[in-house]
Write a protein that binds this ligand. Sequence first.
Ligand code: FES
Length: 175
Amino acid sequence: MSKEQGRQKSGVSRRQFLTYTLAGTAGFLASGVLFPMVRFAIDPMLKKGEGSQFVEVGDLNEFSEEPRAVTFKVHRKDGWYEPKEGETLTAWIRKSPNGEILALSPICKHLGCTVMWNGNPQFKNQYFCPCHFGRYDENGVNIPGTPPPAPLDTYETKVENGKLYLGKIKPRSGV
Ligand code: FES
């Protein structure tokens, strides 16, 4: 029996065997590279709805035109990090004369320091950032000529049975 006849008999030649093996190995390695890329690309879709839960922060009639800080805990995962005791957040809450609720994040839009209502006696009825003298009006809108480039972010709000609930933080566009 010739060599050629032997190959045909076994069904798979050495060349075909090597081709299949190399193709299989290349496929395996490619999937190792591609899977994380695909996972990364669709991650926002998988996370949809995550962190959308609302947290109760008090009775609606506890709030007035004078902004008041509330702190509350949320449970959320940041990559692999998920503190058991939750994360403490702060919101400055103001109820306008027409009953509209505004809940502001205290994180300065310049470089992320913490702002405070009436934080500087020189600037009454404003949010003040001590890091670089950033200032915002009572609605959290950045005051032109100070470092912050945009208004303070706001929390989603909802009212149920007279209680105020806060949700996700949303950025606002610049002025
Ligand atoms: S971080 Fe607030 S003004 Fe710079």
